[in-house]
Design a protein around this ligand. Structure first.
Ligand code: SF4
Ligand code: SF4
Ligand code: FES
Length: 238
């Protein structure tokens, strides 16, 4: 397989041709913040948190969908990028209802962790305080739309790993929201296998196990990774 050499934050890095800048950086121990990226499923480039600067390109590039190329010079940590990332996070906090103190994912939330990493200590935009439902119709799980950042990790996990395609996004702009099947309560879904993979893939407290209380909902992404690897290496025993 062809190998390309590029520079990320001043460090020479080798990558397989076609590999993303995000993957090349990760292999070199350089961490770029992400929210919608999840190892093992396709990219959606929905959150834009992974924006990086590429020399010679006028616009910021999403590292998860930018292919590493020979001679590329990439910067992942600049004041401009930090400011953009902070702005993205503040907008996410402003457009949903994120009250961490009473959230099942408090302390185990990727959105919260990203905000803490970037030193986000306040939100400069007006809170929209949307009125959104909490669907507890499923026997084991629940979805709190107030904490959903529409990263679509659950959509892609359910479709690409479980093969059920229960989840989708309906509506446009600020009215966009997650739906099960044709928009019925999750518990009435004809396609959901109750596997729980979507719950494990969710970066926030939007999808959780029923009965979880504040700060109790931890996610086990390794299980998803193991499943993806097993499928890739054809380890199924049926
Ligand atoms: S999902 Fe994360 S950011 Fe939102 S309320 Fe819960 S812990 Fe806070
Ligand atoms: S429920 Fe969770 S995984 Fe699904 S789109 Fe919302 S935040 Fe992302
Ligand atoms: S991780 Fe690249 S756009 Fe979300």
């Amino acid at each position: 397989m062809a190998v390309v050499t590029l520079t990320i934050d001043g460090k020479p890095v080798s990558a397989r041709a076609g590999e993303s800048v995000l993957a090349a950086a990760a292999e070199a121990g350089i961490r770029i913040p992400t929210l919608c990226h999840l190892d093992g499923v396709s990219e959606a480039a929905a959150c834009r948190l992974c924006l990086v600067q590429v020399e010679g390109r006028g616009r910021l590039q999403a590292a998860c969908v930018t292919a590493a190329a020979e001679g590329m010079v990439v910067r992942t940590q600049t004041d401009t990028l930090r400011e953009y990332r902070k702005m993205i996070l503040e907008l996410l906090f402003a457009e949903g209802n994120h009250v961490c103190a009473v959230c099942v994912a408090n302390g185990n939330c990727e959105l919260q962790a990203a905000a803490a990493d970037l030193g986000m200590d306040h939100v400069r935009y007006p809170y929209l305080n949307p009125v959104r439902p909490v669907d507890v119709s499923h026997a084991q799980y629940a979805v709190d739309h107030n904490r959903c950042i529409l990263c679509t990790r659950c959509v892609r996990t359910c479709d690409e790993i479980e093969g059920a395609h229960t989840w989708d996004v309906a509506g446009r702009g600020t009215l966009s929201h997650l739906i099960a099947d044709m928009g019925q309560p999750w518990g009435e879904s004809a396609t959901c296998t109750s596997c729980g993979k979507c719950v494990q893939s969710c970066p926030t407290g939007a999808l959780f196990r029923q009965g979880s209380t504040v700060a109790e909902m931890t996610k086990d992404r390794e299980k998803l990774g193991d499943l993806v690897l097993a499928r890739r290496e054809k380890k199924w025993t049926v």
